[in-house]
Design a protein around this ligand. Structure first.
Ligand SMILES: [Zn+2]
Length: 329
């Protein structure tokens, strides 16, 4: 069996960072997505990449009225209230994408929809946190229903989900299957990558992950056959593609080399290698980060020629592991 490269993007603009960043300190990276996203799509096209864009449902709204119309009645009651976006939707954000390009992104979603081979998936409606205190399974279910509704108004139906901050339980995964979702992105099989609430993400765990980004600390993260929970296939993550940072010096190159090395192992062994990042990770130092991405995708092309490696969306990878074709969205 030939190996496959799966790429997923957590597409969220400000909705994914609003509890710990502001437009004043991070708004430039979020605005940078407007250059980075079309450039990534062009690279994907050039290299034959079929990527999964796990998109926050709120980004499908063209204006605040549409956003409010689609908000679920049952909303999560997080203990840490800043995690909930609903008060901000009512009173803080602008009216539409022209007035508030940090919180609206429909024109960007439409660019993704226009490129062949890209899968539009969900990153929940509200950037929902499955392991934070105060959430409930019924609030999650209502959130997903809202995500499916706003996507179907745009002519799309999600087959895959990426859970915000990689927080999930088996029960949350099973709830997804009821909404037609067949693939989710689980975490790498290692202590450092286990699903945790923000509070449980200690500096030790974060340090371990940083070290592992450039050096082989936690072992191999590509895999032969994805596991499943109920009707959902776990197309689990292999590695987070870290943003370029001038402070990281030589580690920037070492990280790319580690990714290419892992991808090569996967191609030779006929395994799945799943790389992920956020579009806003390319919103700063855009030129450098795109150059690194190009290096990775050129390596993929070589592996495709030499070992028959294929590019697959999450839904396609899940379907192939179950021996069936993926439905298109
Ligand atoms: Zn996110």
């Amino acid at each position: 069996m030939s190996g496959s490269l799966v790429i997923s993007l957590d597409f969220e603009l400000m909705w994914g960072v609003r509890d710990h960043r502001t437009t004043a300190d991070y708004g430039d990276a979020v605005l940078g997505v407007r250059q980075a996203l079309p450039a990534m799509l062009a690279l994907f096209k050039a290299h034959g990449i079929r990527a999964t864009w796990a998109t926050v449902g709120l980004l499908f709204a063209r204006n605040r009225r549409e956003m409010l119309e689609h908000c679920p009645e049952l909303q999560p009651g997080y203990r840490h209230q800043a995690l909930s976006p609903y008060a901000a939707i009512r009173s803080e954000i602008g009216e539409d994408e022209a007035a508030d390009p940090w919180h609206y992104g429909r024109s960007l979603v439409d660019q993704v929809l226009a490129v062949e081979g890209q899968e539009l998936a969900t990153h929940t409606f509200s950037h929902y946190y499955c392991l934070e205190e105060g959430q409930s399974l019924s609030a999650f279910d209502a959130d997903l229903a809202a995500a499916v509704r706003i996507m179907s108004a745009a002519g799309a139906a999600p087959r895959s989900i990426v859970f915000p901050r990689n927080q999930m339980t088996d029960a949350h995964v099973q709830a997804c299957a009821r909404h037609g979702i067949t693939a989710f992105r689980g975490n790498p099989d290692s202590f450092a990558y286990r699903a945790r609430s923000q509070e449980d993400n200690s500096p030790l765990v974060r340090g371990l992950r940083l070290l592992d980004a450039s050096f082989p600390v936690t072992g191999r993260h590509s895999y032969r056959a994805p596991a499943r929970i109920g009707a959902c296939v776990d197309v689990r993550a292999s590695r987070f593609f870290r943003p370029f940072s001038p402070r990281m010096g030589a580690l920037n190159d070492l990280h790319v080399r580690r990714i290419v090395g892992e991808m090569t192992v996967a191609a030779r062994a006929g395994e799945v290698y799943h790389l992920w990042w956020h579009p806003h990770n390319v919103g700063r130092h855009t030129g450098q980060q795109l150059a690194r991405l190009d290096t990775i995708l050129k390596a993929y092309r070589r592996l495709a020629d030499e070992h028959g490696m294929r590019s697959q969306t999450m839904a396609e990878c899940a379907a192939a592991s179950q021996g069936q074709a993926a439905p298109s969205n």
